[in-house]
Ligand binder design. Structure first.
Ligand SMILES: [Zn+2]
Length: 330
C-alpha cells in the first residue's frame, strides 16, 4: 500500500515534550501548496506503555478537546513513564467548523476506517491512525459526546468483544475512567468505526459519551479531566492514585434499547436524561409542524430502564434517534 502523505513535524519517539502538527498536504483555492495542520503533542519519558488520546473525532463534541488541551500544558515529562500521544482534534477541519463531519469532504471520521492513503482528507487521517499511530499504542482512548443532535448522561463505554481477555481489559479501562455512568455500549452499525479498527488490532480501547447538544458544561469537562488522568494512572504511565467515585453500570442487551422516530415534527421529550422508565411508557411525542388540531404521535420505551440518551434539537425527522434506554445492572 502507498505510504501516508501525512508527516509529523515533531519526533514521535524522542524523550521530552514535543508540540507540533500532523501535516496533511491539501491543495485548495485559498492555499495552492497548503496543508491541513492537525495539532499533536507527544510526551515521552523512557520506556513504558504508550497511550493514544483523541478528542473531536466528531467536530462538535467538546469535553475531549478541552481535557486534552489542558493535558498538553499540565502533563510533565517527569510525571510519566512511557509515552502519551495527544491529538485534541482528530477531525480537525470538522472541529474548526463546529460540525460533526468535515466541511471539506463530508467525512465522518468514525465511519472512515481503515481509511485510504490516496483517499479524501478524512480517509487519509484515518489511514495514518490505522497504520502509524494506533500500532504504536497499548491503550487508546477516544472522547465523544452527543454533538449538536444528541445528549447523553455522562458515561464511559466498552464493547462486547470476541476476545474476552481483551474485553475485560477494556471494561477495566472504562471503570478506571470512572464516569458517573459506565455503559456496555451496543453500536447501531460498527462498520468503519475507529473503535472497531482499534479493537480489531487487539488494543485496550475506551471511549465516552459525556453530554452533548453541541457544547460542554463545567461538570462534563470535570468528568473528562478526572477520567483521562485515571486512564493514564490505570495504564501505568502516570504516577498517582486513582480518583474513584460511584458509577452506575448500564447494559444495552439489544436493539430494543433504541427509540427511533418515524415522523417529522416538533419533538416533545416526556422524560429526561437519567429518568427511570417502564416498558411501554411514552418517552417522546412528535407534534405536527404545519397545522393545529392533530394529536401527537407517541413513542414508547420497548424495555424498562434508564434514559441514557435523547434527541437534542427542537424538531425531529424520520429516522432520528429519539431516545435510548439502558438497563441498570447495579
Ligand atoms: Zn462522537
Amino acid at each position: 500500500m502507498k505510504a501516508s502523505p501525512i508527516t509529523p513535524t515533531i519526533p514521535l519517539d524522542v524523550d521530552g515534550i514535543h508540540h507540533g502538527f500532523l501535516k496533511l498536504p491539501y491543495s485548495r483555492d485559498d492555499s495552492a501548496w497548503g496543508s491541513i495542520m492537525i495539532p499533536i503533542t507527544v510526551i515521552k519519558n523512557g520506556d513504558g506503555p504508550t497511550a493514544l488520546l483523541t478528542g473531536a473525532n466528531h467536530g462538535d463534541e467538546y469535553e475531549g478537546p478541552v481535557a486534552l488541551q489542558e493535558l498538553t500544558v499540565t502533563l510533565q515529562r517527569e510525571d510519566i513513564t512511557g509515552r502519551v500521544i495527544i491529538v485534541p482534534a482528530f477531525n480537525y477541519p470538522a472541529y474548526c467548523a463546529g460540525t460533526r463531519t468535515s466541511p471539506i469532504d463530508k467525512g465522518n471520521m468514525n465511519r472512515s476506517f481503515p481509511g485510504r492513503p490516496d483517499g479524501t482528507p478524512t480517509e487519509k487521517v484515518a489511514d495514518y491512525f490505522q497504520r502509524v499511530l494506533v500500532p504504536m499504542a497499548d491503550v487508546v482512548f477516544d472522547f465523544h459526546s452527543g454533538g449538536k443532535t444528541l445528549d447523553f448522561v455522562p458515561f464511559a463505554a466498552a464493547h462486547l468483544l470476541e476476545d474476552k481477555a481483551q474485553e475485560a481489559a477494556c471494561v477495566a479501562l472504562m471503570q478506571a475512567f470512572n464516569a458517573p455512568y459506565s455503559v456496555m455500549l451496543l453500536e447501531i452499525d460498527n462498520v468503519g468505526m475507529y473503535d472497531t479498527a482499534v479493537e480489531d488490532m487487539g488494543k485496550v480501547f475506551g471511549s465516552t459519551e459525556l453530554g452533548g447538544g453541541g457544547s460542554a458544561t463545567a461538570k462534563s469537562i470535570a468528568i473528562a479531566k478526572k477520567g483521562i488522568r485515571n486512564v493514564l494512572i490505570h495504564a501505568g504511565i502516570l504516577q498517582g492514585d486513582l480518583q474513584l467515585d460511584p458509577t452506575v453500570n448500564i447494559d444495552m442487551p439489544d436493539g430494543e434499547c433504541f427509540v427511533f422516530s418515524q415522523d417529522y415534527g416538533l419533538f416533545e421529550p416526556m422524560v429526561d436524561l437519567g429518568d427511570t422508565v417502564a416498558k411501554d411508557d411514552v418517552v417522546a411525542r412528535v407534534w405536527p409542524v404545519a397545522r393545529t388540531g392533530i394529536p401527537p404521535i407517541d413513542y414508547t420505551a420497548k424495555i424498562s430502564g434508564l434514559v441514557i440518551c435523547r434527541h437534542f434539537p427542537g424538531l425531529i425527522k424520520a429516522g432520528d434517534c429519539a431516545a435510548v434506554i439502558g438497563i441498570d445492572i447495579k
